[in-house]
Design a protein around this ligand. Sequence first.
Ligand SMILES: Cc1ncc(COP(=O)(O)O)c(C=O)c1O
Length: 400
Amino acid sequence: MIPALMPNYKRADLAFEQGEGVWLTAADGRRYLDFGAGIAVSSLGHAHPGLVHAIATQAAKVMHVSNLYRVPQAEALASLLVNNTFADSVLFCNSGAEANEGMVKLIRRAQFKLGHPERTRILCFDGAFHGRTLAMISATGNPAYQEGFGPVVEGFDHAPFNNTNTLRAAITPETAGIIVEPVQGESGIKPATQEFMQGLRAACDEHGLFLGFDEVQTGVGRTGKLFAHEWYGVKPDVISVAKGIGGGFPLGAVLATEELAQFLTPGTHGTTYGGNPLACAAGMAVLEEILKPGFLEHVRAVGEAFGALLDAVTKSAPDVFDSVRGIGLMRGLHCKVPVGEVMAAATEQGLLSVSAGDNVLRLVPPLIVTEDECREACDRLVRAADAICEAKLTTQEKVS
Ligand SMILES: Cc1ncc(COP(=O)(O)O)c(C=O)c1O
């Protein structure tokens, strides 16, 4: 018989009862170092006192009112985002895919209102991941996510990632804008090159297109800057944000310049929950913490140390790992054995991680992680690799 929960996830037989900082305690009492952070979500770690207090306090006052009224919590969070980014205006929603849908709608509507109704197509890149809604599986372009869900939504084109030479040929008179992840996450922690990011901006300026960054995974401090595009010094027209912004509370956002945002007039777009008092109180607690002096410096310093420690892991376990990827606290270890095996062995050692494409083990701990905790995680990775090698040896001995 089918379980009450639909079977669309391959779940490990693990249930967690309590979290604290970078640690999670399972129902059987075992403690795990959480370097998955709910897939790059729990930016302040588990049970962060400030975040818990903000949510509890707001919940006891008013959780939800509709967007028929002013929402002071949303106004405050939007102002904080505007004051600290390229953006002039913010739209709140509930998830990454929904933020990307909003980003695409803003781009298309702006082209329409600016006298280019023919410009509707969005250029995306091979290896992208933009979410699982009908339009976002088209934007993602990976047939594995589309099978059986057709017809695919029209209006998305794809070009090779990090290839400036093929970029211009992919732009047509119907192209409205470009969307790209500054570091591709799901497909294996692949940073865009400086040349590519600059090439995207130049191509957009040349052709009158809008440039959108999907910062759902890279945003809110994950790479050591508030948003990853800041590393490149390339200004977007619009970005999508989710995951880390709510620190575990579902919240998404679209940040845009006035040129785009001006056209989202009353009635053009909306969502019942988007930017409600509770979600924005959570977002405010997270953002205020991340913007505190020293917080992003901490992410950069620990991120760099973590990168060096992971490099040492590849040297200690050359049969299992071959290279480190990523930036800040968005790291990947390219594996020489199936990543599923590595992830399971790491979990056995009390370390939680996430797999990504290209046989990469993704390590995206809470941003409050310390260098000592990164060292501990690396020790566990080496032990996991040893266990894999030992198991292989035992199998070989049995065979011979
Ligand atoms: C870059 C990127 N965009 C979009 C999404 C989709 O976000 P959500 O699962 O919140 O819809 C993800 C999720 O992993 C992501 O990594």
